[in-house]
Design a binder for this molecule. Structure first.
Ligand SMILES: *Cc1c(COP(=O)(O)O)cnc(C)c1O
Length: 483
């Protein structure tokens, strides 16, 4: 059957599909064959192009506007990494070929990329080895906690608890719980650090691990990390590093050097792959030497003659944790991104990310409350408590930003900051873009005083204004509505 596009002629609005009166040999049983023509909408090529182009315009994307969504933000998504991920030599490989003997001959280039990427990530983080199998940050966390559990089991340690600070990303306690641990939450102190005294009081030989994010979700570098690792190791508890936002310290500091035993990274945040809408992701996990033997199978190993092969015979491995070898396209982008930037480029990423966040922090701190007022890393967290006194919430400010064609920062997270507004400008935004954002934030602060209703009525220029967001998530409307 021909595509309707090809049959479309200039000047004709709609084209009928060819009739199915000639039986098509499908090999399917007669009862599965269509008896009537399908009732498909008829439209010309132009109508369809316009439909999808207009739909795409209703979308908000990092390609069109500023996106300072803190923590989980779209960071740098260079276009050249897209090109590399689409190269035929990579994109046309059968996803299972590397497990077959043929892989030794035909998939060596692809295997080399994964093999080298695991080594580059080890070098960047100061870890002993990496697996690139996990398919997201949360999946990396679960893998990491399973490695920790395997370690304790092998040593005959009976452990029950995983400690997390109350500023942690929600996936941390969730991953620990899914892996079978009870979660102990430690409050943050007035500096935004995990409270060291309370931490020490909860630390005992029943604790399997401590999961930390550094810089934490307040954008603050946990300067007590050395002490935390030392105290944990004294009771043989392992220390987990949530490195989803490694862009804050790339090339500057390495979690392995701080004493961390397990690290996960989000390649789809910090290493050149766009994310949003749920995927695809990659959350590789790095480990110190003592956890190496538990890493998921297969491991990629290099023969004396340089051939890369998957190795399955690792008796202490936690087993397989992903189909195939993870999200290869995301790995390709990360590999290209790292090679393109080189060491000096990676350092520049961290410097620009931190500089941009501090620029926003300093320019806005007169207008919004800053609960943890200190030099921040890749993001800064304000609070709209002052505006709230006039009835204006963080949500109202976010809606005003949408009206001004800026993606809102993360709001109401971290949970320990009331009316939180978490801004991550990222390393790649220009001063002009940041200045415009600062201008709009100041406008919002001024409206909160002079005309709070103006913010409550925002956004005024979007396809839909305010949604019942809980309902929108639970009751999706995916039906066709002609424009
Ligand atoms: C995004 C994020 C995660 C979870 O990563 P996913 O890929 O969304 O599962 C975990 N921790 C932190 C700090 C993050 O920002």
């Amino acid at each position: 059957m021909q595509l309707i596009f090809e049959k479309s002629k200039p000047g004709r609005r709609a084209v009928k599909l060819p009739r199915l009166d000639v039986p098509i040999k499908t090999g399917l049983a007669a009862k599965y064959l269509r008896r009537k023509e399908a009732d498909l909408p008829q439209a010309s090529e132009l109508d369809i192009v316009r439909h999808f182009t207009n739909l795409s315009r209703m979308n908000f994307s990092v390609d069109t506007n500023f996106y300072p969504l803190g923590s989980c933000t779209m960071k740098y998504n260079p276009k050249f990494t897209e090109k590399i991920a689409r190269m035929e030599g990579f994109s046309d490989i059968h996803p299972l070929i590397w497990q077959l003997e043929a892989g030794e001959k035909f998939a060596q280039g692809a295997l080399e990329v994964v093999y080298q990427l695991e080594r580059l990530l080890s070098e960047i983080t100061g870890m002993s080895a990496f697996t690139t199998q996990p398919l997201a940050g949360a999946h990396g966390e679960l893998t990491g906690v399973m490695l920790i559990a395997a370690y304790h089991k092998a040593k005959g340690n009976r452990r029950k608890y995983v400690i997390v600070p109350d500023s942690s990303h929600g996936t941390n306690p969730a991953s620990a719980a899914i892996a079978g641990y009870e979660v102990v939450v430690i409050p943050s102190d007035k500096n935004g650090f995990m409270d060291l005294e309370i931490f020490k009081s909860k630390l005992n030989p029943d604790v399997a691990a401590v999961m930390l994010t550094c810089p934490n979700t307040l954008g603050i570098f946990e300067s007590q990390i050395g002490q935390i690792c030392e105290a944990a190791h004294k009771v043989d508890a392992l220390v987990y590093y949530d490195g989803a936002n490694l862009n804050a310290i790339l090339g500057k500091a390495r979690p392995g050097d701080f004493g961390f035993d397990v690290v996960h990274l989000n390649l789809h945040k910090s290493f050149g792959t766009p994310h949003g809408g749920g995927g695809p992701g990659s959350g590789p996990v790095g480990v110190s030497k003592k956890l190496d033997e538990f890493l998921p199978v297969p491991r990629l190993i290099k023969d004396a003659d340089g051939t890369i092969k998957p190795e399955f015979n690792r008796p202490k491995s936690i087993g397989r944790i992903a189909p195939f070898y993870g999200n290869f396209g995301v790995m390709l982008r990360a590999y290209a991104y790292i090679l393109f930037l080189g060491k000096s480029g990676l350092i520049e990423v961290a410097e620009a990310a931190v500089l941009n966040a501090n620029y926003c922090r300093v320019k806005l701190k007169e207008y919004f409350d800053l609960p943890y007022d200190r030099v921040c890393m890749h993001e800064c967290v304000f609070s709209a408590t002052r505006q709230k006194l006039n009835g204006v919430s963080a949500l109202d400010i976010a809606k005003y930003l949408i009206e001004k064609r800026i993606h809102p920062p993360t709001i109401y997270f971290p949970l320990i900051v009331p009316e939180a507004i978490m801004i991550e400008p990222t390393e790649t935004e220009s001063k002009e873009t940041l200045d415009n954002f600062i201008k709009v934030m100041k406008e919002a602060a001024a409206f909160a005083i002079s005309d709070p209703q103006r913010l409550k009525d925002a956004p005024q220029n979007t396809q839909v204004s305010r949604l019942d967001e809980a309902k929108a998530v639970r009751d999706l409307d995916l039906r066709w509505h002609p424009l």
